[in-house]
Unconditional design. Structure first.
Length: 381
């Protein structure tokens, strides 16, 4: 939050008199803007021992499977909200809703409430926020492609209860707290020394505007081995076409800040960005020291696609990518892979799991088998 919704003046975080928490307070009219947790409601809906799942068409977790769920709206009960979300995301009409599980998610200021429900008919009609909706048998559930840990927990509870009592007559209401995967601490600065020390230990910052700096080391994490990169024929053809046209070029760190700003720009189906002005300042400082680089695809002088990351020793930590042309970010990634292979790198640490990277060959790596954090540096051309 940057401006007061009452008078449009700047706001600042202070602890108001009689309070014990930081609040957004208007510097002009002194209005206090309270921000409270959001309620997410959804259903575990079934049809003849099949469970309804939706594949997300929006971020976060685009392309991954989830239960139909979403934010509770004003003037509706939690059951009404869960029923509405199931209809909007899957086109499924449901009945006999029973509260089943509640999971607190304090690190993102949310509470997730799931209902058991029965579908009234088998027909599905996925909405705009779903790529598809599908009924799964228990043994068919794509566990590796489940979008959120709260959904994973709720599904596991449901299947355990169903195995013990298919009628659910003795089913209990489940509760848990979902802690962030890999969140180590909050605070500290974004100095170059701090960032270098963190990356050498496999730790990276990731936070939103208004939050303290959050430091992460997820387990498992996603990595892309250079020899596992899927250089599909269609992409090879695209690369040859760009290479044959002299108006296109690939460059390294000509405009590192420009790449970061392009990665931070708003995208469809995605709200907000973690690439804050403070992050841009910190990583551009790393780039000046030779620890961060960008790969840039240009048409003439116009920046059309690119990616950036941190390079320490023989490890490249991919941070973000963008494109304004078809396959642009894939071409930038292919160029990075070629450069890394030439310099005897073995992998890119992708940090967070995305379907886009999985399609390019990235996979999970458990912390039990950490990468080689060599201290040898790469001399970038």
């Amino acid at each position: 939050m940057k401006f007061c919704s009452s008078c449009a003046s700047p706001v600042q975080q202070v602890i108001p008199a009689g309070d014990n928490r930081l609040r957004w307070v208007c510097a002009h009219c002194k209005a206090i803007h309270y921000q409270n947790p959001n309620m997410v409601v959804g259903t575990i809906s079934t049809w003849n021992d099949h469970i309804l799942l939706c594949r997300r068409a929006i971020e976060p977790r685009y392309g991954f499977w989830t239960l139909p769920a979403g934010f509770l709206e004003n003037d509706e009960t939690t059951a009404q909200g869960a029923e509405r979300e199931t209809l909007e995301e899957a086109g499924a009409r449901i009945d006999r809703l029973k509260p089943f599980a509640m999971i607190d998610v304090p690190h993102v200021n949310q509470v997730h409430l799931f209902y058991r429900a029965q579908m009234l008919e088998e027909a599905l009609d996925p909405g705009e926020e779903s790529l598809e909706a599908k009924l799964f048998k228990a043994e068919e559930i794509p566990w590796e492609q489940i979008a959120f840990r709260t959904v994973h927990k709720a599904l596991r509870w449901f299947l355990e209860d169903h195995a013990q009592d298919p009628s659910f007559e003795r089913s209990v209401f489940h509760y848990d707290v979902c802690e962030p995967n890999g969140l180590l601490c909050a605070g500290l600065d974004l100095s170059a020394a701090r960032l270098i020390e963190a990356y050498q230990k496999g730790i990276f910052p990731w936070y939103s505007e208004g939050q303290p700096v959050l430091w992460w080391s997820p387990d498992p994490r996603m990595v892309l081995y250079c020899d596992a990169f899927r250089f599909h024929r269609s992409l090879q053809k695209r690369v040859r076409a760009f290479h044959a046209d002299p108006s296109w070029s690939l460059q390294i760190s000509r405009d590192f800040v420009g790449v970061m700003k392009a990665c931070a720009a708003p995208r469809s189906a995605q709200s907000g960005t973690w690439i804050t002005p403070a992050m841009i300042s910190a990583y551009s400082g790393l780039q000046r020291l030779g620890y961060a680089q960008s790969i840039e695809l240009r048409h003439g002088d116009e920046l059309m696609a690119g990616l950036y990351g941190v390079c320490i020793g023989r490890m490249f930590f991919g941070e973000s990518m963008f494109t304004r042309v078809k396959d642009g970010s894939k071409i930038a990634l292919a160029a990075l892979i070629k450069l890394l292979v030439n310099e005897h790198f073995t992998m890119i640490d992708c940090q967070q799991q995305t379907e886009h990277l999985a399609l390019m060959g990235a996979r999970h790596l458990c912390q039990r088998s950490p990468p080689d954090w060599s201290t040898r540096s790469l001399d970038w051309p």
